[in-house]
Write a protein that binds this ligand. Structure first.
Ligand code: URA
Length: 425
């Protein structure tokens, strides 16, 4: 087999055969196919697509590139959640301990932020002492003892995806539905969870800008999961505006702890409970009551044990920023738009995210939001507080907050976009 014929086949809109797919994934993982050849193929896939049969084979080949985890020794059913990424999306933090408090085991392999979307591991690393890197044995032990674990995926899991995702990130080939679906699902299937709930984000702050694209991505992933014996459900959820009132690492941990304490912003609580219900139903625990587990403190107990089991101090003070800058409302009226992408880019430029994967992040950097779409505002009131340890970043961050919000005259009708837009099973 030679790689040029595989690239040409996809360039000319052909269907790749099972043999071509198996060979190219294996040869790329071993280093026989070069990065420039794989990036040409990824671009041909982005431009010309893949059918469901090709996507299924591509996913299976990526799973086969590494090890598969096995949770069969656990007494509880396993349930996992994956978000396609958004701004202020801290849901994994309250959700994993909440679902564990309701009786499921939650093995949550998570990632770091890149670009304007935050990463769960970066957020949790703002807790003093907390460790993202666990061996497979440590991961199982935390899962067994606390019911939930949030950690980085080990190097052995879908190594083809690790290589390919890093390549796509620097070659403009991330936004391809076949490549996103196979990337996410190869890791989740190799992880060995029994059930999976996908939170597919739609809107300016998400990879999928339209509901049609989000539906296609969701149904492709649900099909892949189901074919591999994983009970898989997807919710399409709004990412036109940030989730909650914070975007940034320590800021989002603080907000997540508020949710676990029974408070927190309404949209974060609503989505956390909606995803928890789906995870519990998929895990065969439809009668569990996540709202009760939030209210009675049992989810908070699991959070504290889970953080401590990974070396963190749940009582430690979270880092706070050295410098703040307040953006005020230029007029009175109703806030009708607060753009997720603009807020995400501001948080990133303030130091909450990274431009290259080896960059450090600032734990305390980010954006605090003082008004959400639909809220009345008065001229001069704070809309956003920007946080950073390096004030020279303010000017650059402020460029991205320009044009991120609209204020309409008082009395202008406003219809909120629902947090959960559709469900695909
Ligand atoms: N997350 C992933 O894991 N892979 C993608 O391709 C996109 C988002």
């Amino acid at each position: 087999m030679d790689v040029i014929s595989v690239i040409r086949a996809k360039r000319d809109r052909g269907e790749l055969s099972d043999e071509q797919i198996d060979w190219v994934i294996d040869a790329y993982t071993r280093g026989e196919v070069a990065d420039e050849q794989m990036s040409a193929l990824a671009m041909a896939i982005l431009l010309n697509g893949m059918n469901r049969k090709e996507i299924a084979r591509w996913t299976a080949a990526m799973i086969a590139s590494g090890e598969r985890m096995d949770f069969s020794a656990l007494t509880r059913p396993t349930a996992d959640k994956h978000s396609t990424g958004g701004v202020g999306d801290k849901i994994t933090l309250p959700l994993a301990p909440l679902v564990a408090a309701c009786g499921a085991a939650v093995p949550q392999l998570s990632g770091r932020g890149l670009g304007h979307t935050g990463g769960t591991l970066d957020k949790l690393e703002s807790i003093p002492g907390w460790r993202a890197l666990l061996s497979n044995e440590e991961m199982l032990s935390v899962l067994d003892s606390t019911g939930a674990v949030i950690c980085a995926a080990g190097d052995g899991l879908a190594p083809a995806d690790k290589k390919l995702y890093a390549l796509r990130d620097v070659t403009g080939t991330v936004e391809a539905i076949p490549l996103i679906a196979s990337s996410i699902m190869s890791k989740k299937i190799a992880e060995g969870t029994g059930s999976l709930v996908l939170d597919v984000k739609v809107g300016s702050g998400a990879f999928m800008k339209t509901i049609e694209d989000a539906r296609e991505l969701a149904s492709t992933m649900v099909g892949l999961g189901t074919d591999h014996g994983v009970r898989t459900v997807a919710l399409l959820t709004d990412m036109s505006t940030p989730l909650g009132l914070t975007a940034g690492n320590a800021l989002e941990v603080r907000e997540s702890v508020e949710v676990l304490a029974g408070g927190g912003p309404a949209d974060v609580v609503e989505l956390t409970i909606a995803l928890a219900r789906e995870m519990l139903a998929a895990a065969g625990l439809p009668d569990a009551d996540p709202a009760k587990a939030l209210a009675d403190g049992s989810a908070m107990d699991v959070w504290r044990r889970m953080i401590a089991a990974q070396g963190g101090d749940p009582d430690a003070a979270l880092p706070t920023s050295k410098e703040q800058h307040v953006v005020t409302a230029p007029a009175s009226g109703v806030l009708t738009r607060l753009d997720a992408y603009g807020v995400g880019v501001a948080a990133w430029r303030l130091g909450a995210g990274r431009a290259r994967k080896e960059d450090p992040v600032q734990a305390a950097a980010g954006v605090e939001i003082h008004a959400k779409p639909g809220d009345p505002v008065t001229a001069g009131q704070p809309l956003l507080t920007l946080h950073t340890d390096t004030p020279e970043r303010f000017a650059y961050a402020l460029e991205s907050t320009e044009g991120t919000f609209d204020i309409a005259p008082e009395g202008t009708p406003f219809t909120a976009t629902p947090v959960v837009r559709e469900r695909i099973a």
